[in-house]
Design a protein around this ligand. Structure first.
Ligand SMILES: C[S@@+](CC[C@H](N)C(=O)[O-])C[C@H]1O[C@@H](n2cnc3c(N)ncnc32)[C@H](O)[C@@H]1O
Length: 280
């Protein structure tokens, strides 16, 4: 697309225009160009609010084509049915989802604490030999699509769809069950680390923590995320065996999404959840 003032994502056969702040764009003209270049696109919507709220959804306005917000997106050999107005979905996490799936060892139990329509969970089930993926989301619309996607991708025996607050679900049902925990909710993941740690089996466990971070020129976004996580981890009786960090994507000027992969070893005798240090 020649005009530099329009950015867009394509989810299935729906294009979503995100005008760049500070630039005036002719959205209708831009929509026509998107359809001309991407022949499979049937609908063009414009995002009118940022992704926000507990469910991480956004407001969308119809611009061109069929009036609909539901579509089926294909990624890594899987199909994901999703209503882009009711459930979070980003095609920009394409590499991140397969990157994490490739780390999963045979027979692992995985917990996805913020699973949306089930993309990470289903890609893990399809591309690894994980024995079980517990896939949790608090948005009833997300879990409705997740369940449909689990069936669509024929992973029903290995991916369990769970509706609720992941911290409460772990406290009640999933303590000390996981080899690996995914926390793909950058706005709240660090706050939920106590639940993630509680869900890990005793001894070694892996956590993938996502974060949003501002970093001005000269500041290192990865170091800023690592510092936040180190401060949170200092509240627990455990050792960090391995720690890798990467920038997932740039989401605005000086504004990044990051991920930290942690391998943790629990101090012997501490039974997780109760692993949080008591104030002295
Ligand atoms: C960024 S989206 C997840 C995206 C998803 N992993 C994917 O790849 O498409 C974050 C999700 O966390 C869910 N969420 C927010 N707070 C939650 C909580 N306390 N417990 C469980 N899910 C929660 C939201 O409904 C939303 O679907």
């Amino acid at each position: 697309l020649s005009t530099p003032t329009i950015a867009y994502d394509i989810i299935g056969d729906i294009a979503i225009i995100k005008p760049i702040p500070g630039f005036q764009a002719n959205v209708t003209e831009g929509a026509g160009k998107i359809v001309a270049v991407n022949r499979h696109v049937r609908t063009v919507l414009r995002q009118t609010t940022p992704v926000s709220g507990e469910f991480r959804t956004r407001t969308l306005e119809w611009i061109l084509g069929e009036k609909k917000t539901e579509t089926v997106h294909r990624e890594h050999g899987c199909q994901f049915k999703v209503d882009v107005a009711k459930v979070y979905f980003s095609p920009r996490l394409l590499y991140e989802r397969i990157r994490v799936a490739r780390k999963v060892a045979p027979d692992e139990t995985v917990i996805n604490m913020f699973a949306g329509a089930g993309c990470f969970s289903i890609i893990i089930a399809k591309h690894s030999q994980a024995s079980k993926v517990f896939s949790i989301d608090i948005n009833p619309e997300a879990t409705r699509y997740m369940f449909e996607n689990v069936c669509l991708n024929k992973v029903a025996g290995r991916v369990s769809t769970i509706l609720g607050d992941s911290k409460a679900i772990i406290e009640l049902h999933l303590r000390a069950r996981a080899d690996r925990v995914l926390m793909p909710l950058p706005t709240r993941a660090i706050a939920y680390m106590d639940a993630a740690i509680a869900s890990l089996k005793p001894k070694l466990g892996n956590i993938h923590i996502y974060d949003f971070v501002h970093a001005k020129k000269g500041e290192n976004p990865l170091q800023k995320t690592l510092d936040k996580i180190a401060s949170r981890l200092s509240q627990f009786e455990l050792s960090v065996i391995r720690r890798d960090a990467r920038i997932v994507r740039t989401i605005g000027p000086n504004w990044y999404q990051t991920v930290v992969d942690l391998t943790l070893e629990m101090a012997s005798g501490t039974k997780l959840c109760g692993a949080e240090k008591q104030p002295s």
